[in-house]
Unconditional design. Structure first.
Length: 113
């Protein structure tokens, strides 16, 4: 069983930045890809960004140019750098691995002045 532990969430002002981390209890190289999802109150969980084993990235349109996903295989950690955040980015952010599939417990991000 692999554990994914997110950290780095919190309160940030509009226009600010935040970096989320997802630390895996085992090698992230075993996963076909890893992604960040988010779920706002009353809304469905949605994919924010993903990165494959080969470091190919994907971004949802609503974060393109603002967020960046990266991975550090030596630290078994995936990051989500969030820049120019706005109140619509407020949500619980989850880390997920694909093949095999695991979810983290989530970290709250609140964008408010």
């Amino acid at each position: 069983q692999v554990q994914l532990v997110e950290s780095g969430g919190g309160l940030v002002q509009p226009g600010g930045s935040l970096r989320l981390s997802c630390a895996a209890s085992g090698s992230i190289g075993r996963f076909a890809s890893m992604g960040w999802y988010r779920q706002a109150p009353g809304k469905q969980r949605e994919l924010v960004a993903s990165i494959t084993r080969g470091a190919t990235t994907y971004y949802a349109d609503f974060v393109k140019g603002r967020f960046a996903i990266s991975r550090d295989n030596a630290k078994n950690t995936v990051y989500l750098q969030m820049n120019s955040v706005n109140p619509e980015d407020t949500a619980v952010y989850y880390c997920r691995s694909l093949l095999p599939n695991y979810w983290g417990q989530g970290t709250q991000v609140t964008v408010s002045s």
